[in-house]
Design a protein around this ligand. Structure first.
Ligand code: CDP
Length: 806
């Protein structure tokens, strides 16, 4: 028996399947500088494009003169809206049902908006020529503050749609209004608030920021005039959707469009949408018949392609005096910038903001969101989150702390008192979601024990007394966040993009020798898909992960999928992978039965083989079965061993986590130091614990950035203030705190392997945890809610406001 057990353990280990800390296979090329990114691609005769951009946030275009630019040696063409208009391409559809100018026609609506596209022999000539395009502007008053957007005398921004009183998401109240979205029981919620013992109301701002991946957005279009075929390489998180959109807007048949997303250097939502650069490189190549490349620079990336957040959330909670939350009411003013280019599933104009009841059993709630136009860059992407869930979690996790303070209760105790209980799952939230599984009390207890919560509070009480006595100038904050995410968009009944249901796919082919190629409709941007999908297949099919090659990103070879964002790869394509593998396994069982001359029902699966029940020495390994599938399949069974699955998830998955942050703040400098940060994540079944840890580290680092300094700010003229890494905080290893990670496992009941997504959880849970730590540090001084970002200057100003500087 011992020998058999050792043998089984060795066979299992050899697979490097689920649960194993398999090293990332893609890192072999990344760490040697051998990744292949869009800008590494060089095609014969390739030209380069660059944009002329508006210096104004709001201005009329009086004239555009391209003659000086065209005269510069090496310049091949200069495109303006006048060139695109006859092709119907001066506007492009956005994912949110709006249209966005590809090149500005009569007006510019945000600083750095695209006005003309210069195509030249090299990048430098193109850049020089942009300065030779003479554009005469007539400046107009601009709107930067979303609260002024719908004032009666506000300048009308979108003249192209000013008479359209019904938009993609219903009636518009003002020419600068985009939509109003309401959900929940308004009357019942108002009634609860009218009679509650205790209520709180706070304006919580999740400020404008940017995903800022290291690699900017880029594309390379190559049109073959003879074949009428377009090949488009680009930084696409969703290559198939890009192919469909290109077909719809260009009129090229979809089968003549080949979209390829090679290696991608981070996406975080920035690479979901369609941008003017993609369209212009395609048009340039179709018109000129040679390849045209477009590569954004850092300032262009930060100031034009996709912002995140900019949610102004009036958040209210109602509770009994014992601390039972009985209602939640939220109004969001959402600043969408100049065009509604938010990347959300079509039916969700405010994404999944209605997950804002969080991890708590709140009986009634009402949420209303108003989207407005301002003179800022468009976008509204899910920066490392699932469609506004970061905003939602920030609202509830800050609000619950404000409530705890008003009730005079401990913030952890208030959370525990209101948690949805393990036996309440599947749980139906007041705002319409069905949470699949959770065990919040267990996770919270584990986290509190690990961080030593009680002694931290005791230490904090002593420090506060010492501060009051003038013995220290340091404040100590304990930040808590207990978040519930909603990832894996999603079920066709409520999730589609431009009418395409948000399924995903996997195709697995086993070769005669037993090695495998598998392709998915998703696209890794650094998450390690080549490593982890192989682990799912390894466990399901008993083939070592090292014998399995994963390929994504080529629309000619990969099955159609909706791409990678919103932590949907594992919940959707991961499920497709398991289901496709199980189809193969079912066929393999038939082949094995034939080979062993037994009935299928007499076989049982054992790690990497089918064996005859009760006769373990009679077996066929998956490798042997693969050979037989091509060599001598059973009669009436087609040869080969492959399967494809398009997986439409029955529900989202709901990962959760308990985060604690201990922070020390020097009131005289405003410098905040993170002493400890503990993150417990529950993402259901864990495929690769090492990759999960890496995802958590990355997500927490971005949460730290957003909470503690990162911001895209505008001055009153609409000048963007955060458009370079001099001004936009991107933490390096020097600033980044040390992370402590932990986990519990509560599998998803509807996912084939019980896995939930994890890539974004740490960001979603991390932002409020940092902000709560800062707020908690100042709470005993009656500071009121302190808005993010919490950089040293702003915290110093808090000290000044409170008269702490002597
Ligand atoms: O969609 P995206 O890849 O950004 O997010 P994800 O599905 O949360 O996966 C991020 C990475 O974590 C992938 O490499 C997953 O395979 C891995 N992961 C895991 O090992 N176990 C889980 N339960 C969830 C994700």
């Amino acid at each position: 028996q011992v020998k058999i057990d050792i043998d089984r353990a060795e066979r299992t280990e050899k697979l490097q399947g689920m649960g194993c800390k398999r090293k990332r296979v893609e890192d072999i090329r990344f760490t040697q500088g051998k990744g292949s990114y869009v800008d590494d691609l060089k095609l014969p005769g390739m030209l380069f494009g660059d944009f002329v951009r508006s210096p104004h946030a709001h201005a009329r275009i009086v004239s555009i003169d391209t003659s000086r630019a065209k005269a510069l040696p090496g310049v091949i063409a200069v495109l303006t809206a006048a060139d695109l208009k006859p092709l119907g391409l001066h506007y492009m559809p956005t994912l949110a049902g709006d249209v966005q100018a590809v090149l500005a026609e009569h007006k510019v609506l945000f600083q750095n908006q695209e006005v003309a596209f210069v195509i030249a022999e090299d990048r430098y000539i193109a850049s020089d020529a942009t300065e030779l395009v003479d554009v005469v502007y007539e400046a107009l008053p601009c709107i930067v503050d979303p609260f002024k957007s719908m004032l009666p005398d506000a300048p009308i921004l979108r003249e192209d749609i000013q008479d359209k009183m019904v938009g993609a998401h219903g009636p518009r109240k003002h020419p600068n209004h985009i939509f109003e979205w309401q959900i929940g029981d308004r009357q019942a919620t108002d009634d609860v608030f009218a009679n509650a013992d205790v209520t709180i109301k706070e304006m919580l701002v999740d400020h404008r920021t940017h995903p800022s991946p290291l690699e900017t957005c880029q594309s390379l279009a190559s049109f073959d005039k003879v074949k009428g075929e377009l090949t488009l390489w680009g930084t696409f998180q969703a290559p198939h959707v890009i192919r469909t959109v290109v077909s719809l807007i260009s009129g090229l048949p979809e089968h003549k469009i080949h979209v390829i997303a090679p290696d991608i250097g981070g996406g975080f939502g920035n690479k979901v949408g369609a941008y003017a650069g993609y369209v212009c490189s395609v048009v340039g190549s179709i018109v000129l018949g040679v390849p045209v490349k477009w590569v954004e620079d850092r300032m262009e990336n930060l100031s034009t392609t996709s912002f995140a957040r900019d949610y102004h959330m009036t958040t209210e909670l109602a509770a009994t005096k014992e601390g039972k939350i009985i209602g939640m009411r939220v109004h969001v003013l959402a600043d969408h910038g100049a065009f509604d280019a938010c990347a959300d599933p079509s039916k969700w104009p405010a994404g999944f903001m209605n997950i804002c009841t969080g991890s708590y059993d709140i009986p009634v709630a009402y949420l209303a969101v108003d989207g407005v136009y301002t003179n800022k860059a468009p976008g509204g992407v899910a920066y490392r989150c699932s469609f506004r869930v970061t905003e939602a979690v920030f609202a509830i996790e800050r609000a619950i702390e404000v409530l705890a303070q008003k009730l005079g209760m401990d913030a952890a105790e208030l959370r525990i008192k209101n948690f949805i209980k393990a036996e309440q799952f599947p749980y139906h939230s007041a705002l319409g979601w069905e949470y699949d599984s959770g065990d919040y009390h267990t996770a919270m207890k584990k986290a509190m024990d690990a961080i030593g919560y009680t002694s931290l509070r005791a230490e904090q009480a002593e420090k506060r007394e010492a501060f009051k006595r003038g013995e220290t100038r340091e404040l100590m904050g304990v930040g808590i966040s207990f978040f519930t995410e909603i990832v894996g968009a999603g079920p066709a009944k409520n999730c589609d993009i431009l009418g395409i249901a948000m399924f995903d796919s996997a195709e697995i082919r086993i070769h005669p020798t037993g090695s495998v190629i598998a392709r998915m409709g998703t696209k890794s941007q650094g998450q390690g898909h080549e490593t982890t999908y192989a682990q799912i297949i390894a466990t399901e099919l008993g083939i070592p992960a090292d014998d399995i090659m994963i390929e994504e990103g080529n629309t000619d070879t990969a099955p159609y999928g909706l791409g990678t964002y919103g932590s949907r790869s594992t919940p959707v394509a991961g499920a497709a992978t398991a289901v496709a593998a199980r189809k193969i396994k079912a066929k393999a069982q038939m082949i094995a039965a034939h080979m062993l001359e037994v009935h299928e029902g007499d076989l049982e699966w054992d790690i990497d083989r089918f064996r005859v029940k009760g006769l373990p020495e009679k077996f066929k390994t998956m490798k042997e079965i693969a050979w037989s599938a091509y060599n001598a399949p059973p009669p009436n069974l087609e040869p080969g061993l492959e399967a494809v699955n398009y997986y439409e998830p029955p529900n989202m998955t709901y990962p959760f986590g308990a985060y604690f942050c201990v922070m020390d703040i020097d009131v005289d400098t405003g410098v905040a130091k993170t002493r400890r940060f503990y993150a417990l994540d529950d993402c259901g079944t864990r495929i690769n614990p090492m990759i999960i840890e890496g995802q958590v580290h990355g997500g927490l680092t971005e949460a730290f950035a957003c909470a503690m300094g990162q911001e895209i700010r505008y001055d009153e003229m609409g000048n963007v203030m955060g458009a370079s890494f001099m001004d936009f905080f991107l933490p390096t290893a020097v600033e980044t705190p040390k992370w402590e990670t932990d986990f519990t496992v509560t599998p998803s009941p509807h996912h084939p392997i019980g896995a939930k997504g994890v890539g974004e959880s740490p960001h979603v849970g991390g932002v409020p945890c940092f902000s709560n730590a800062v707020n908690d540090a100042y709470a005993f001084l009656d500071a009121g809610h302190i808005q993010m970002p919490h950089d040293a200057w702003r915290l110093w100003k808090v000290g000044e406001r409170l008269g702490l500087h002597g």
